[in-house]
Design a protein around this ligand. Structure first.
Ligand code: GTP
Ligand code: MG
Length: 346
């Protein structure tokens, strides 16, 4: 199950109480204080793990508690420490405070650790209160409560390329042909219900990650179709791959398709519109007659005029896929270089 937003409750462990105790030994009439301190309560940490792609664990485990510290004991024995808890989250998870909506941590790489709820300190035992003027203190501290947190975990997948377009244009088919991902593919709209990630090998050294998104339709931003909620998963991509069906079996206009999708992106996040983009004309294997070429030609001409990189493929018959991968790779390299030179200038 793909889960990209959950609310969770954390309670770190309470510190153990300090102990009041006096030494009792044979032949020692008045032993000094020997009450140990309570153990600290366990804390709750998050750790990013590159093998995870969903927050579904938390859907079933929204309440998480760490262990309490043990109480101190006589003979200066400190209570045992409460058990810490390490919760694994996928890379791309953002941790927010429920009340303020403030971002507390953003996991952008694997193996990052964030302390979300700190365990309470154990209380001091009476041994530590002894002083020259009070050699037999009867006082000890109680353990402190652990922190309690109410948090939102939000997952924004981290991919280099976001694959977008109308339903049924062949996005998942492309993903299945160029990566080892196995998305559901079928000849009806809205087959894909959540984003799928795939790693695409360019050559022995280079690869990129592509996210195949559920199809968009006009007025998706008003809740039509599957809506635009999942567009958050392409907010962090470096570029978009915009797929358009140019086969004769779809009676939509390819350039209108382009603008409809761009409008939906814009209503979700205006900055998505200016993200570098490659236009992919798919299903060219279905173009058999000359008059069927009309859509393809129109789209190619449009791309030329607007200066959008353009490529024609058949995802199903695997035509033009090598060129597409190369082109995307080149664009990513270019984007990365631009970014570096901007950073150097700044
Ligand atoms: N002839 C032909 N059919 C294709 C091509 N690419 C995809 N298809 C078919 O188009 C249909 C839809 O393919 P999908 O890959 O599921 O489309 P999608 O864009 O992921 O669709 P949604 O997940 O609903 O948005 C399937 O029946 C595919 O076999 C192609 O290049 N040529
Ligand atoms: Mg799909």
């Amino acid at each position: 199950m793909f889960v990209d937003q959950v609310k969770i409750y954390l309670r770190a462990g309470k510190g153990g109480n300090g102990c009041v105790s006096f030494r009792r030994e044979k032949y020692v009439p008045k032993g000094g204080p020997d009450g140990g301190r309570g153990g600290d309560g366990g804390s709750i940490f998050f750790v990013s793990d590159s093998n995870l792609t969903t927050l579904s664990y938390f859907r079933f485990h929204p309440h998480i508690r760490a262990g309490n510290g043990g109480h101190g004991e006589g003979n200066n024995r400190t209570g045992r420490k409460g058990e810490d808890i390490y919760l694994k989250v996928p890379v791309g998870t953002v941790i927010k405070d429920v009340k303020t909506n403030e971002i507390l941590f953003d996991f952008t790489e694997p193996n990052q650790i964030y302390l979300a709820a700190k365990g309470g300190k154990g209380g001091r035992g009476n041994a530590s209160f002894a002083s020259p003027t009070n050699r037999a203190p009867k006082k000890a501290e109680p353990g402190k409560p652990g922190e309690e947190k109410e948090l939102i975990l939000e997952l924004k997948l981290i991919a280099d390329v976001g694959l977008i377009g109308f339903p049924n244009v062949g996005k998942s088919t492309l993903l299945s042909k160029i990566s080892s991902a196995k998305p559901l593919i079928a000849d009806y709209p809205f087959t894909t219900l959540h984003p799928n990630l795939g790693v695409v090998d360019v050559d022995e050294e280079n690869s990129f990650v592509i996210a195949d998104l559920p199809g968009l339709i006009e007025n998706a931003h008003k809740g039509k179709g599957l809506g635009i909620r999942f567009l958050k998963h392409i907010e962090r991509t470096k570029m978009l791959a915009h797929m358009i069906d140019v086969s004769p079996y779809v009676d939509r206009d390819p350039v209108e398709d382009y603008y409809i999708i761009m409008n939906e992106l814009k209503s979700f996040n205006p900055s998505l519109v200016s993200r570098p983009q490659i236009l992919i004309a798919n299903k060219i294997d279905l173009i058999k007659e000359k008059e069927h070429k009309h859509k393809l030609n129109k789209l190619r001409e449009f791309a030329g005029k607007t200066n959008i990189p353009f490529i024609e493929i058949s995802a199903l018959r695997e035509i033009g896929l090598k060129e597409l991968i190369r082109e995307i790779h080149n664009m990513l390299v270019f984007i990365e270089k631009e970014k570096i030179s901007r950073e150097v200038k700044a």
